[in-house]
Design a protein around this ligand. Structure first.
Ligand code: UD2
Length: 322
């Protein structure tokens, strides 16, 4: 697999789910700086290494970010920090806008004003930008319909990132993540990724509430495939100023996920069916031909991914689960 090497890398949100897995994958061959306010991320997620430099800071601290960017002169910057809960952005639209949009814009501005010699900046956007548009599969050229402050900020910042690049000659790229799952996803909020909630319920013998009939479908992508995508998009010249779906293009219903997870874990999930969650979309999956053209090949089927995830949870909690 193509992987970034011998570089100075900034990962904002690097103590979170995707960022910490990315740090694990890159730490051996690079110097990695992580900025994370630990609002969702956890210090235990971080690899132990002399190559890791961790700063507990919010990306909204402009003075700090300015100093950091000028001091380090990063080769690659992954903008992964966000308030990732859609519900939270509906309750606190202004505060979360500061993180999800303004702080990222300010990072781009610091790079522009100081003409920092960055090789590429990647902004993590979301499938949320497609909203309720009925077209399936979702293509990057499909109409967007961002509904929540979260989705609006993701869409606007994705556009800022790409067009800052074009206007000012800064190499940039953006991703639209679909339903990413795997080790280290934080199950602490009711709005956490559904697979972290299911695995937590299995682990703690708790109840899992299915919203609706469970026949809703998603494009679940295992974290290792996301790491593959992130490396490729950073390293390839053809990705400049482009946005890419990151997914598998495979459709799985929630009921299928639950059945598979039960079969793999050998445990029965306590399930109750409750009414639909407000604002949920019924079906979502991605067209991934654009990212395939860069060399991306999803390697991990939902069954393999669930198995890997389960193995990780068992290792983490030896004794409690077996
Ligand atoms: C994902 C993203 C969200 C946004 C959205 C765009 C995650 C965690 N969320 O939301 O940030 O980008 O995509 O479309 O990746 N469910 C239950 N019970 C629960 C929790 C969830 O039945 O306790 C269902 C939920 O109704 C949905 C499915 O599981 O149909 C997936 O839920 P999710 O919150 O993991 O992800 P999604 O696709 O709603």
């Amino acid at each position: 697999m193509d992987k970034i090497k011998n570089s100075k890398i900034l990962i904002t949100g690097g103590a979170g789910f995707i960022g910490s897995n990315l740090a694990d994958a890159l730490i051996e061959d690079n110097e990695i700086v992580i900025v994370d306010d630990l609002s969702m991320g956890k210090i235990e997620n971080l690899p132990q290494s002399t190559h890791l430099h961790f700063f507990e800071h919010s990306i909204t601290d402009e003075e700090f970010m300015n100093r950091l960017l000028l001091n380090w002169k990063f080769d690659y910057i992954f903008l992964l920090a966000a308030v990732a809960s859609v519900a939270d952005t509906i309750v606190r639209p202004i505060e979360t806008h500061e993180v999800n949009q303004n702080a990222n814009l300010s990072i781009l501005e610091i790079i522009r004003v100081n003409q920092l010699p960055v090789k590429k900046i990647l902004f993590a956007s979301s499938a949320a930008v497609y909203g309720n548009m009925p077209e399936l599969p979702k293509r990057e050229e499909s109409n967007v319909d961002p509904q929540s402050p979260y989705a609006i900020d993701k869409y606007a910042t994705e556009r800022f990132t790409i067009n800052y690049g074009k206007l000012y000659g800064i190499p940039t790229v953006a991703t639209r993540f679909f339903n990413v799952y795997g080790p280290k996803q934080n199950p602490n909020s009711p709005y956490s990724g559904v697979l972290s909630l299911i695995s937590n319920a299995i682990k703690t013998d708790g109840m899992f509430s299915v919203f609706g009939d469970g026949e809703q479908t998603r494009d679940f992508v295992y974290i290792n495939d996301v790491i593959q995508a992130l490396n490729l998009l950073m390293l390839s010249d053809q990705t400049l100023f482009q946005v890419y779906n990151v997914a598998t293009s495979k459709v799985t219903s929630l009921n299928q996920v639950i059945n598979n997870f039960e079969a793999i874990s050998g445990k029965k999930l306590k399930v109750k069916y409750v009414s639909d969650r407000l604002g949920d979309i019924k079906n979502s999956y991605a067209d991934i031909s654009k990212i395939r053209s860069v060399g991306y090949k999803p390697q991990i089927s939902i069954l393999e991914g669930l198995r890997k995830y389960w193995d990780f949870l068992v290792d983490e909690n030896e004794g409690n689960l077996k």
